[in-house]
Write a protein that binds this ligand. Structure first.
Ligand code: UDP
Length: 312
């Protein structure tokens, strides 16, 4: 297949480029480096089958030739990033989604949207199945991401219903691993960075809020299966690891695995920070035959090693 990946220089996007190339597909990567980094794809430059365009998908997109699959993965995804770029985040999930869907339409391509567990907001149902409609504050600071992704999902389904495009939606839960930016502000890179530098680990609130953490290789496998399998038009899938930790447990685990003697400091909790989050992945297991294989311990060990090397 000839695959277009937006957000190709991002954390997940760059791993997807690797995966699709490894599986023998051609990849055209787009990124404007707002939160992505050329370093994430430097190893791919000059590789046969890989083309890269520095481009902002909020502008009209023109691609010459055939495109079989569009993966729309461009978007700031860390709360710190999307709060720093609130309007651009909303543009990439409205104009960017519109342009990539328009491209899929003219090319007759299949379309995969990177959505998020944030569409569930601060969930009142636990764990969250795809059928849950969520509990989102439409005017809170996080709404620039939550509502934008909900709009992206709605637009994607509208293109499916009105134009018959073969669309699939991946609701991605917290994912971590190599190539996350050290300063991206999310909990895993923050804690690892702090642990390795001997600085206090910054737990927001009392750390009793939970998240469920998926290792990047598992997530990429799930997205690949969701992209290549036939007969999934208009389907939405939770992709994540149901292993649930409180933020305080995560801090302690990272201290243990990194051998750090950093202390833990308690800071204010961000506004509208979800209390609990855990994917119900029954559907992905049944339909895609997918479930995460890497435990949180194992994945964190690999990630800590990668961060250690990047720091040295
Ligand atoms: N968090 C924390 N310390 C940090 C960064 C994040 O305690 O240095 C908490 C944050 O309040 C949230 C959880 O960790 O409850 C996950 O935050 P993250 O920014 O990774 O992503 P989110 O799941 O909120 O999108």
């Amino acid at each position: 297949m000839r695959v277009l990946i937006t957000g190709a220089a991002g954390f997940i996007g760059s791993h997807l480029c690797d995966k699709f190339l490894r599986e023998g597909h051609e990849v055209i990567g787009l990124d404007n480096f707002l939160t992505g980094s050329p370093e994430n794809i430097a190893h791919l430059f000059g590789r046969e089958g890989f083309t890269f365009l520095k481009y902002d998908v909020t502008n009209f997109i023109y691609i010459e030739g055939r495109v079989d699959l569009v993966l729309h993965f461009a978007c700031p995804a860390s709360p710190v990033d999307y709060l720093n770029h609130p309007i651009h985040t909303m543009k990439v999930d409205s104009l960017g989604t519109l342009h990539t869907l328009g491209l899929a339409k003219v090319k007759g391509a299949r379309y995969v949207l990177a959505s998020t567990s944030e569409v569930y907001g601060n969930p009142q149902v636990h764990p969250q199945p795809e059928t849950y409609w969520g509990n989102v504050n439409p005017i809170g600071p996080r709404s620039v991401y939550d509502e934008a992704k909900r709009f992206s999902e709605a637009l994607t389904m509208a293109y499916h219903r009105e134009h018959g495009i073969d669309v699939r939606i991946a609701r991605i839960f917290n994912t971590y691993g190599p190539r996350m930016r050290m300063e991206d502000g999310r909990v895993v890179p923050n804690f690892i960075n702090q642990a390795l530098r001997g600085k206090p680990l910054t737990v927001y609130g009392d750390g009793s809020q939970t998240r469920s953490f998926c290792y990047i290789d598992d997530l990429v496998e799930g997205i690949y299966l969701l992209s290549v399998k036939d007969g999934l038009e208009g389907e939405v899938f939770n992709l994540g690891n149901p292993e649930e930790y409180t933020v305080l447990e995560l801090a302690k685990l990272i201290l243990e695995l990194s051998g750090s003697r950093s202390e833990i400091s308690f800071l204010d909790r961000p506004v509208d920070d979800p209390d609990r989050r855990k994917p119900d992945i029954t559907k992905a297991k049944k339909v895609l035959g997918w479930e995460p294989k890497v435990s949180v311990r194992e994945g964190l060990k690999k990630t800590i090693e990668w961060f250690r090397e990047s720091l040295s």
